[in-house]
Design a protein around this ligand. Structure first.
Ligand code: 6PG
Length: 486
């Protein structure tokens, strides 16, 4: 039975949730459904708390009307998970809890916070002796309720108390809960951000595959749903492919048209994709596939520009596919190869971020906890775990034996798809940029030599030579002799 509490009541809840919008409510219900948990719940407006209590008496929630009641209902060390909108709302709740908590208590931020904010918050809160744990939680509403993938940062000491609670609510794959202590302070939110960047790329690539199939074959969305369902039985098996088939099968009740055709073609975003790209740019990591996915959403959301460009000329003819089965297989392979590039770029960013911020992030463990619960869960994450188990210092996922073979097997299809799309005027920024990245990485020699020479010409930025050690500058505006620098 649910109960409400007052300050006079003895503390009974081993965990509390602040913020009872759908993610917070579902996480609280998930916590309450696990053996041994008693969950305190608090929301700024009590009406939402009352609704949750009324709808889920089985959860045995301890409802608090005020933040004081909430804190009083928690057993020590007090542990509270904040599930409010990232930003000012989070700061306000942190301030309320910090005022009332004691050293050793734990404040968890389960929202999609910017990891730089998490680093700063952890620093400020930990000065009071209270633990602050920024935690990535992935899986949407259903994941929060039934088992998300959880990416906690913060101190190892806080994880000792928090870990078992999070392990009890996480998704489980092959007996392993999809949660691991990612690293200190902002490491959890950092990895969640990169997860989302990969999510953006994966979604964009799937959307491009759909667009190609539709434009080049004339198959209906429902028929393409069957193609995706078939793909979901092989190496592309993943949550995003699965839900794509479901979305494409959906018929709009009002018009009888395919649902995908009545949705406005302008994709929104809440910022984590942008953060991934900003972070990677700062770290010097080429996340071209992820960046193109962010740009594609931005381009889609510019109706005035799109309208102004709508009459610009394109190719005279579209793609005339003669062998539909072979074409579909080409698109499948191009999708798989591009997806490998997106994950490879994401893991590169994790490696660079770990170096920059001093986090000991185990890449194989990250892949392991992404196998279940989260939006990018996919069968091939097992292959990523294996690749890092085999070689923890792997410098490029795309070059690991399994992935190198996969891409080698796909590359001819990939080239046909990208070339054909360009000929037919079908935009494939994800496929194309991933292929260019692959070709750039494997190139024996890049035109970067010319760029470096240009830099030296106009800015005396110097260059190195292929045949001698040292740093050089050519006197471009003088007699063009080469001068070795000190
Ligand atoms: C998840 C999702 C979730 C949300 C993102 C993406 O892992 O459960 O990533 O966090 O869907 O915020 O949102 P946008 O596409 O709106 O940026």
């Amino acid at each position: 039975m649910s109960q409400s509490t007052s300050q006079a009541d003895a503390p009974v809840a081993n965990i509390g949730v602040v913020g009872l919008a759908v993610m917070g409510s579902n996480l609280a219900r998930n916590l309450a459904s696990r053996e041994g948990n008693t969950v305190a719940v608090y929301n700024r407006s009590y009406g939402r708390t009352e609704t949750l209590m009324a709808e889920h008496p089985e959860a045995g929630f301890v409802a608090a009307e005020t933040i004081d009641e909430f804190v009083a209902s928690l057993t020590t060390p007090r542990t509270a998970i904040i599930m409010v909108q990232a930003g000012a709302g989070t700061d306000a709740v942190i301030a309320q809890l910090t005022e009332r908590f004691e050293p050793g208590d734990i404040i968890v931020d389960g929202g999609n916070a910017n990891f730089h904010d998490t680093i700063a918050r952890e620093k400020a809160v930990s000065e009071t002796g209270i633990h602050f744990v920024g935690t990535g939680i992935s899986g949407g509403e259903e994941g929060a309720l039934l088992g998300p993938s959880i990416m906690p940062g913060g101190s190892a000491e806080a994880y000792e108390t928090l870990g078992p609670i999070l392990e009890s609510i996480a998704a489980v794959v092959d007996g392993t809960p999809c949660v691991t202590h990612i690293g200190t302070d902002g490491a959890g939110h950092f990895v969640k951000t990169i997860h989302n960047g990969i999510e953006y790329a994966d979604m964009q690539l799937i959307a491009e595959a759909f667009d190609l199939l539709r434009n080049a074959t004339g198959l209906s969305p429902a028929e393409i749903a069957d193609v995706f369902a078939e793909w979901n039985t092989g190496e592309l098996e993943s949550y995003l492919i699965e839900i794509t088939a479901e979305v494409l099968r959906q018929v709009d009740a009002k018009t009888g048209r395919p649902f995908v055709d009545v949705v406005l073609d302008q994709a929104g975003s809440k910022g984590t994709g942008v953060w991934t790209v900003q972070t990677a740019l700062g770290l010097g990591v080429p996340v071209s596939g992820i960046a193109e996915a962010v740009f594609a959403r931005a381009l889609s959301s510019k109706p005035a520009q799109r309208q102004a460009a709508a009459g610009l000329p394109g190719p005279a003819t579209g793609w005339e596919v003669t062998d539909q089965t072979a074409f579909i297989e080409d698109v499948r392979r191009a999708l798989y190869a591009s997806k490998i590039v997106a994950y490879s770029q994401g893991f590169d960013t994790i490696i660079a971020g770990a170096n920059e911020y001093g986090w000991d992030i185990k890449k194989g463990d990250v892949a392991t906890i992404w196998r279940g619960g989260c939006i990018i869960r996919a069968a091939f994450l097992n292959r990523i775990t294996e690749a890092y188990a085999e070689n923890p210092d792997l410098v490029a996922l795309v070059a690991a034996p399994y992935f190198a073979d996969a891409v080698a097997g796909a590359q001819e299809s990939w080239r046909r798809v990208v070339a054909g799309a360009a000929q037919a005027g079908i935009p494939t920024p994800g496929f194309s940029s991933s292929l260019a990245y692959y070709d750039g990485l494997r190139a024996e020699r890049l035109p970067a030599a010319l760029v470096q020479a240009q830099r030296d010409f106009f800015g005396a930025h110097t260059y190195k030579r292929v045949d001698r050690d040292g740093t050089f500058h050519t006197l471009w505006s003088g007699d063009r002799t080469e001068v070795e620098q000190d």
